[in-house]
Design a protein. Structure first.
Length: 59
């Protein structure tokens, strides 16, 4: 978590997904689980997912 980013903190995660939509959904779901486990995170709402698709390293 980069809490010094302005105007809102930035959370970086790494995941594998078959499509951009799946990756963005997984990021949103991860934030939902994180805020359920750590209520202090709820002070920052989930605003968006910006997920670059990278090629599979086996390609």
């Amino acid at each position: 978590m980069h809490d010094d980013a302005r105007p809102d903190p930035v959370v970086g995660i790494y995941l594998r997904a078959g499509t951009l939509r799946e990756a963005e959904r997984a990021a949103a779901d991860a934030w939902t689980r994180a805020t359920a486990a750590e209520p202090w995170l709820r002070q920052w709402p989930f605003l968006r997912a910006a997920v670059p698709l990278l090629p599979d390293p086996t390609w």
